[in-house]
Design a protein around this ligand. Structure first.
Ligand SMILES: Cc1cc2nc3c(=O)[nH]c(=O)nc-3n(C[C@H](O)[C@H](O)[C@H](O)COP(=O)(O)OP(=O)(O)OC[C@H]3O[C@@H](n4cnc5c(N)ncnc54)[C@H](O)[C@@H]3O)c2cc1C
Length: 387
C-alpha cells in the first residue's frame, strides 16, 4: 500500500505553501475582506502558475492534472479566502462541469479562458424553499422561445456571483407533472452574470467568503447554446459531479483546520504564562495533539477519495464520508485554535476566528452533514432511505 504523493504532487504542495507565505499575506487577505472580493493580483498569479487550469485538458490550455492536484491546491489556499477568490466554484463548476458535459464549442470557448484567469464561474442551485430537498423546492424554470430560452426564478446563497463572469443555473425545463421522476426534466444553463434580467443582492453572512447572494432571473433570454450538456438530464449531470464537489469541499475544510492548527501551534510556542510558553502546558499540548491526529485522519480520507476518483473508481461513499468528517474535524480544530489564542482568538485581526467562520460553512454546504449521514446510511449501511 502506497500512501505517498508523487514527486510532482510534493512539489505542487510546496509551491502552494510558498505562494501562500510570500504572496497571500495577512495584509492581502485583510484588503480582500474589506473589499468583499478576490485580490486580482493573486487571481492572475494563480492563473500564471497554472492552478486555474490544473484539471483542464491540455488541448484546451490546461495542464491535464487530476482531482488530487486540485485537492492539494484547494487545501493549501483555503486559509487565504477571500483573497484567493472563487477558485473552488471556477475550477469545479466551470472547469470540471464544462470539461465533462460541454459541447466542443463550449469547451473551446470557456476552458482556455478559465485557465488564463479571464473567466470565473459560480453555481446557482439552492432556492429559497430549501437546498437539501433541492428538487422539491425548485421553482426556477426555463422554456423555449424561438431559437433560444427564457429563464425565470430566484436562487439563494449563490457564492461569488458578483465576481463571476458566468453562472451555472439549474432550472426545470419540463413541468414536474409531465415527468415520471422529479429528477427528470431539469437542465443546466450557462448564464452570463451580467445578462439583462439577472440581478443580485448580497446576503450578509457570518462566513467571510467575499460574496454570497440572492440572484434573481427575471425572464433572462438565452441562446440555444446556453444549455450545458443534455436538455432534461441536468440533475443527473449534477449527480455525476457530486464526488468532485465533496472531495474538494473536504479538502477546503482540511486546509482550514490545518491553517488553524499551524497558527495555534506557533502561538503556543511564543505566548507565555506563568513564566513559560503555554505550549509547555499539558492542556494546550493535548489540544494540539488532538487537532493534529484528527486532521491526519481527515487528510487520509480526503486523499483516499480523491485518489479513487482520479482512478475512475466508485467513491460516492468515500467522498461523502470525507467531506463530512473533514468539516467536523475542521470546525473542532478551528474552535480549539480560538481557545489556544485566548481572548485574542476572538479579535477581528486574528485569523483564528476567521478560520472558524470559514470552516463552519462546510458542515452545511455543498450538502449538510445530516444529509451526508443519510447518504452513508443508505449506500454504505444499506438501510432504507429515511426521507
Ligand atoms: C456560505 C454558504 C455558501 C453557499 N454557496 C452556495 C452556492 O454557491 N451555490 C448554491 O447553489 N448553494 C450554496 N449554498 C447553499 C447550501 O448548499 C445549502 O445551504 C445547503 O444545501 C442546505 O440547504 P438549506 O440551507 O436550504 O437547508 P435546509 O435544506 O432547509 O435544511 C435545514 C436543516 O434540516 C436538515 N435536513 C433537511 N432534510 C433532512 C433530512 N432528510 N434528514 C435529516 N436532516 C435534514 C438539514 O441537514 C439542515 O440541518 C451555500 C450555503 C452557505 C451557507
Amino acid at each position: 500500500m502506497d500512501f505517498d504523493l508523487t514527486p510532482e504532487q510534493h512539489e505542487l504542495r510546496h509551491a502552494v505553501r510558498a505562494f501562500m507565505r510570500a504572496e497571500c499575506t495577512h495584509d492581502v487577505v485583510r484588503e480582500s475582506l474589506a473589499a468583499g472580493r478576490r485580490s486580482e493580483k493573486l487571481w492572475r498569479r494563480m492563473a500564471e502558475l497554472g492552478w486555474l487550469g490544473v484539471a483542464i485538458d491540455e488541448r484546451y490550455g490546461g495542464s491535464g492534472g487530476t482531482i488530487v492536484d486540485m485537492a492539494l491546491i484547494i487545501e493549501g489556499i483555503a486559509g487565504g479566502e477571500p483573497a484567493t477568490g472563487p477558485y473552488f466554484t471556477t475550477v469545479c463548476f466551470g472547469g470540471k462541469s464544462v470539461g465533462f458535459f460541454g459541447s466542443e464549442a463550449q469547451k473551446k470557448f470557456f476552458l482556455p479562458r478559465i485557465a488564463s484567469g479571464d473567466c470565473a464561474f459560480a453555481l446557482s442551485i439552492t432556492e429559497p424553499g430549501g437546498g437539501t430537498d433541492v428538487l422539491g423546492a425548485m421553482q426556477t424554470r426555463a422554456w423555449r422561445d424561438g431559437d433560444g430560452w427564457v429563464l425565470r426564478g430566484a436562487k439563494v446563497f449563490t457564492s461569488a456571483a458578483q465576481q463571476a463572469d458566468y453562472l451555472v443555473v439549474v432550472a426545470r425545463t419540463t413541468p414536474r407533472e409531465q415527468v415520471a421522476k422529479a429528477a427528470r426534466g431539469i437542465t443546466l444553463f450557462i448564464v452570463p452574470a451580467r445578462a439583462p434580467g439577472v440581478t443580485m443582492r448580497k446576503i450578509d453572512m457570518l462566513v467571510p467568503i467575499g460574496d454570497t447572494n440572492a440572484v434573481f432571473y427575471d425572464d433572462v433570454r438565452l441562446p440555444a447554446d446556453a444549455v450545458l450538456g443534455e436538455e432534461g438530464r441536468g440533475f443527473y449531470q449534477l449527480l455525476a459531479t457530486l464526488n468532485n464537489e465533496r472531495i474538494l469541499g473536504g479538502a477546503t475544510a482540511l486546509g482550514l483546520g490545518t491553517a488553524a492548527y499551524e497558527a495555534a501551534l506557533a502561538y503556543a510556542r511564543e505566548r507565555t504564562a506563568f513564566g513559560k510558553p503555554i505550549g509547555q502546558m499539558q492542556a494546550i499540548q493535548h489540544y494540539l495533539a488532538g487537532m493534529a491526529t484528527e486532521l491526519d485522519a481527515a487528510r487520509l480520507m480526503v486523499y483516499r477519495a480523491a485518489w479513487l476518483q482520479s482512478q475512475g473508481r466508485p467513491c460516492g461513499v468515500e467522498s461523502t464520508m470525507a467531506k463530512m468528517y473533514a468539516a467536523d474535524v475542521a470546525v473542532r480544530a478551528c474552535d480549539r485554535g480560538i481557545q489556544i489564542h485566548g481572548g485574542m482568538g476572538l479579535s477581528e485581526e486574528c485569523d483564528a476566528q476567521r478560520y472558524w467562520r470559514l470552516a463552519r460553512l462546510w458542515q452545511i454546504g455543498p450538502i449538510t452533514n445530516e444529509q451526508c449521514l443519510n447518504t452513508i446510511a443508505e449506500l454504505h449501511c444499506e438501510l432504507p432511505r429515511s426521507y
